[in-house]
Design a protein around this ligand. Structure first.
Ligand code: ADP
Ligand code: MG
Length: 699
């Protein structure tokens, strides 16, 4: 029997309803406090909770438990332990203690630590995060955990995310108290990550070494039809894909993930899933789960889900729009324009805090989305450029202008705009001028950060956003707490912030070359086009100071993150380069060689019969392909040499820059020659499925 959705939803989650049912009243209350206000749980209570979790999980068929964590690999990690414990009679009982719930000790030595391992203990530990619910996956009870070294250094993405949420909570509460709000007990940031992905046929995927090893096509001539007709976006979803989406939604709902919207995206074979937003920590966990479940469900349908930022050249890549806001324990959204002058003043202050934070920490936001994959996507095909700017829309921009200049906002009434005195007009949520080229857009009651790539964990960008906004709010609070006249000080602060940071606001077309010139030359905004340009900004003193001050990253942790990420960039490019060489040497050159021999044989046979006049076709292709084969061979030697040189560079930043400046161009040159050869080779003689097969292979 097919279950109805409300009873199916969250059935694999140890959520509040289950806790309320299964925990003693007092334990439940303590657990809620831990979840909502980050209060520490008494260790005695952990035993009670663990026992309830085990009973519930075993009833649902679970045999194992695991601490589920998010190391710096970018994917999640788990090590399963069964519940079995020997009893006195040679049998077993199912056990799970509070100690096992609260803390685990996976061998940390094989996870990236960026030098932390050398300085500290090799082992790490995982610690239960009670703010995210435990769930069952593959008959295993999964406990969301943070992952740290013995010295307490974060080795994962969750620890700093939780710290950044604490930082923004603390500073926002100061501001709310200044506005006379005494009822709110905590604030949390909220996130709704829209996930783009490609689905392709598994059989074709298996035939492409580049897709299997690197997640993207390293070769492939453009198909006759790409996305130019815009006939895929929101189009009818193919039957096989609908079947996949249906199962995906059900699996996600069972895990308590609020999967809401599904549709075709712009590129052929590209789709999107958007959840309903939740608190940042849960949204991050759920997004990691969503990516994992997408891959698993695709496999059951003979499909492969590609989460790479740029699987195919010439059509759109995939991103992950990070919708972000701040929400109070009363359920109010602090980025929602208010209905009263007082409410509006508060809204404007938070808006200004985000504007200032984005301007001052442009580099951190940019680097939070930097990866070898995303470098192919930013700045082209419906992805924002690598320069950070903010879109506020004409209406809100005009309003800020009028505040800055002290002129009337309402042209008809010619009223002097004073913050905290006037009611602002409501900003329509879906204004028609939705600007797709902006990296950071205000969309009515939240900001949408559009730079994150599709495979990225959203932890990184949200750590930066939360911390940068916390820092600005801290400065605002200091200024306002000491003010004699709050209203006046508030007005002056907002006015000054607009004046000092309006350079970051840009409502025009971000794809325009003129914008790049204006942004960098007139406005002095940062243009960090590649991952090595961006990542090195981790080490800027102002950034180290920011994270240190708010307890989000120590300097050691920042340096370790920089090392891991820059090292990862070099590794990804090396793997791509080696994969290309393997494909070229073992498949592509032999295929061209065989095909040209066939053409030459045909040509000889025809000449022997004295019908050489009809052989222009063969002769033309034969000479072009022979020339290309020579070029491919030379380009492949050149790439091999560059890869060797990059590997020999000891300085990690230098190696990354060498990859960007030398290895990638060598890869591009090789690809250009191969792609041209593909266009003049018999399709049956080409060793790989073509772009047409891959992009249009699903009915
Ligand atoms: P689109 O951007 O495609 O027009 P929406 O604007 O409706 O779609 O929402 C996009 C995403 O933003 C959804 O995941 C939604 O849940 C999320 N979202 C809406 N409100 C908030 C909020 N206050 N905080 C964080 N995310 C939000
Ligand atoms: Mg959107």
């Amino acid at each position: 029997m097919i279950k109805d959705i409300p009873s199916l939803f969250g059935e694999l989650v140890f959520n509040e309803t289950v806790m309320k049912e299964r925990l003693p009243e007092e334990t439940f209350r303590a657990m809620k406090k831990a979840m909502n206000d980050g209060k520490r749980l008494d260790s005695a209570l952990a035993d009670v909770i663990a026992a309830a979790m085990r009973d519930w999980a075993v009833e649902k068929g679970a045999t194992h438990f695991t601490h589920w964590f998010q190391p710096m690999t970018g994917i999640t990690a788990e090590k399963h332990d069964s519940f079995i414990t020997p009893d006195k009679n040679g049998g077993v009982i199912m056990e799970f203690s509070g100690k096992e719930l609260v803390r685990g000790e996976p061998d940390a030595s094989s996870f990236p630590s960026g030098g932390l391992r050398a300085t500290f203990e090799a082992r790490g530990y995982t610690a239960w995060d009670p703010t995210s619910f435990a769930f069952i996956k593959d008959s295993t009870l999964c406990i969301p955990t943070a992952f740290c070294s013995y010295g307490g250094e974060a080795l994962d993405k969750k620890t700093p995310l939780l710290r950044s949420m604490e930082a923004i909570n603390k500073q926002t509460m100061r501001i709310l108290r200044l506005f006379g709000n005494s009822s709110v007990t905590s604030v949390k940031t909220t996130v709704g990550p829209e996930q783009e992905y490609f689905l392709i046929d598994r059989e074709m995927y298996e035939k492409r070494m580049d897709l299997r090893f690197t997640g993207r096509t390293l070769f492939g001539a453009k198909p006759p039809k790409g996305q130019e007709l815009d006939d895929h976006y929101f189009g009818t979803i193919p039957t096989r894909v609908v079947a996949f989406m249906k199962e995906l939604d059900r699996e996600l709902w069972r895990l308590g993930v609020l999967a809401k919207t599904r549709h075709n995206e712009t590129a052929p074979a590209q789709h999107e899933l958007a959840p309903i937003f939740s608190t940042t920590n849960i949204a991050t966990d759920h997004n990691q789960l969503t990516m994992e479940i997408m891959k698993k469900v695709a496999a059951r349908h003979g499909l492969v889900c590609l989460l790479h930022e740029k699987p195919f050249e010439g059509v759109n890549g995939s991103g992950k729009h990070n919708n972000w806001s701040i929400s109070t324990s009363d359920g109010a959204n602090l980025l929602e324009p208010g209905d009263t002058p007082h409410g509006n003043a508060q809204f404007l202050l938070f808006l200004c805090a985000v504007i200032k934070a984005v301007d001052e920490y442009q580099d951190m936001l940019r680097l939070s989305v930097a990866s070898a994959g995303n470098d192919h996507r930013l700045g082209s095909h419906e992805a924002p450029p690598a320069i950070i700017s903010m879109f506020l829309g004409d209406e809100l921009t005009a309003l800020l202008d009028s505040i800055e200049q002290g002129t009337g906002y309402d042209a008809k009434e010619k009223v002097q705009m004073k913050v905290g005195v006037h009611v602002l007009p409501r900003f329509p949520k879906d204004t028609t001028d939705r600007n797709r080229t902006s990296p950071f857009a205000f969309t009515g009651n939240k900001f949408e950060f559009r730079m994150p790539g599709s495979s990225l964990s959203v932890a990184g960008p949200n750590i930066v956003l939360n911390t940068a906004v916390a820092e600005v709010l801290c400065g605002f609070a200091e200024e306002l707490e000491g003010a004699e006249d709050f209203e006046n000080a508030l007005h002056e602060l907002i006015k000054r912030t607009i004046k000092e940071h309006k350079r970051i606001i840009f409502n025009g077309n971000g794809y325009d070359d003129a914008w790049i010139k204006e942004a960098t030359e007139v406005r002095g905004l940062l243009n960090l086009p590649s991952t090595p340009d961006a990542l090195v900004r981790y080490l800027e003193p102002k950034n180290i100071a920011l994270f240190g001050k708010h307890g989000v990253f120590s300097e050691t942790e920042i340096r370790s993150r920089y090392e891991i990420l820059i090292g990862n960039y070099c590794k990804v490019i090396r793997i791509e380069g080696l994969t290309m060489l393997d494909m070229v040497k073992k498949d592509i050159m032999p295929a061209i060689s065989a095909y040209t021999r066939k053409l030459a044989d045909g040509l000889n046979a025809k000449n022997a019969c004295g019908i050489g006049l009809c052989t222009d076709y063969e002769a033309g292709i034969l000479s072009r392909l022979c020339a290309l084969l020579g070029e491919i061979s030379a380009c492949s030697d050149a790439l091999e040499a560059e890869l060797d040189r990059a590997k020999a560079i000891a300085d990690i930043q230098g190696a990354a820059e060498y990859c960007k400046d030398k290895v990638i161009p060598a890869m591009e040159a090789l690809r250009a020659a191969v792609d041209e050869a593909e266009t003049c080779t018999d399709r049956n003689a080409w060793p790989y499925p073509s772009y047409s097969d891959l992009l249009y292979g699903i009915e």
